[in-house]
Write a protein that binds this ligand. Sequence first.
Ligand SMILES: *Cc1c(COP(=O)(O)O)cnc(C)c1O
Length: 415
Amino acid sequence: MTLARLHDGSLHVEDVALTEIAARFDTPCYVYSRAALSAAYAGYTEALEGRNALICYAVKANSNLAVLNLFARLGAGFDIVSVGELQRVLAAGGDPAKVVFSGVGKRREEMRVALEAGILCFNVESASELKQLNEVAAVVGMCAPISLRVNPDVDPKTHPYISTGLRSAKFGVAYEEARSLYRQAAELSHLEVKGIDCHIGSQLLDPAPAAEAADKVLALVDGLKSEGIAIEHIDLGGGMGIRYRDEAPLTPDQYLAPLLKVMAGRKERLLFEPGRSLVGNAGLLLTRVEVLKPGVEKNFAVVDAAMNDLARPALYDAWHDILPVAPRNVPGCRYEVVGPVCESGDFLGHDRELALAEGDLLAVMSAGAYGMAMSSNYNSRPRAAEVMVDGAAAHQVRRRETVAELFVAESVLPC
Ligand SMILES: *Cc1c(COP(=O)(O)O)cnc(C)c1O
């Protein structure tokens, strides 16, 4: 949460005052820091120094072209879950040869487009997908590079909605079935076995489950080797957590150390798919207080950002720090910080001590991941603008949507 610093009594991102950003681009507005994004990426490259490794940024966390372009320029690959994300990566200058394609429900058309684009690997999640991908590859006369997403069945001890590596999850193939599926894959003429992957969950704060998963994956790799099935790369997914409130912040170094110990001396290329930890603390959501509404039981601060802009509080009961952009030196009171959307679940923060006046700006912190990417037009609210700060310059990297754009694809019955 060092993204915003107080300078002359008001919050700045890098060298730009948030008041200036609000004046130029209006609110609600996502603000990202180029320096923070680069630093987060450097944390991984430094932790992986000297290893044959590739960082495939999980596009779903924040798919703005400027963010993707920045990571592409830093040498990143990408983890995608749809052809839409692939098109974004290509439009942003990403290298298809560094793209892995995850997801439980890839459509055949998506498989074909990704195959023809020349991606690094399909992370296959079921027996049916293996067969379908083989058929698609046969039609276009190509060989599809594959990895099987195995479910190591370790408990990542995170929120159940973001825990993905348990036997009960919809993701991946069961550990016990993986070997026979690899045998099948090796026999299919239009598939080429390249790797193995797993992704056990998100917002992980303990490095032990990832190391345990790596250990299980290695046992499988060695078993496959004894059958003559060679695995070139091991993809250990993403999931490293960040500090939203008071979580003990792990550096990539600390998070990866136990896992890299398990991997010591291995020849396989290592892939990682971090999302949240690359962008989460590099972004904030800037919003303005519209109405202060004192109540008998609770005081409400109604702001111009809502659950359609930042769904995490409503969806996961997630906690985001909320800071006044120009702190007042007067006693505050406790507020429910809520949006204007017609849902009781539309809140950004409960019971926050703030000294506020109508018109004040607030910064909702740690909003760079799963913020704009999960936004919607619920209540016919145009999506927010996005701005990237680079030193003393603020660049608009997505303009605010217009209301007209919201229904441009719609039509009424002819009569
Ligand atoms: C969501 C996801 C990621 C990224 O997870 P983070 O917790 O944001 O790091 C990586 N790989 C796969 C397969 C995912 O579904």
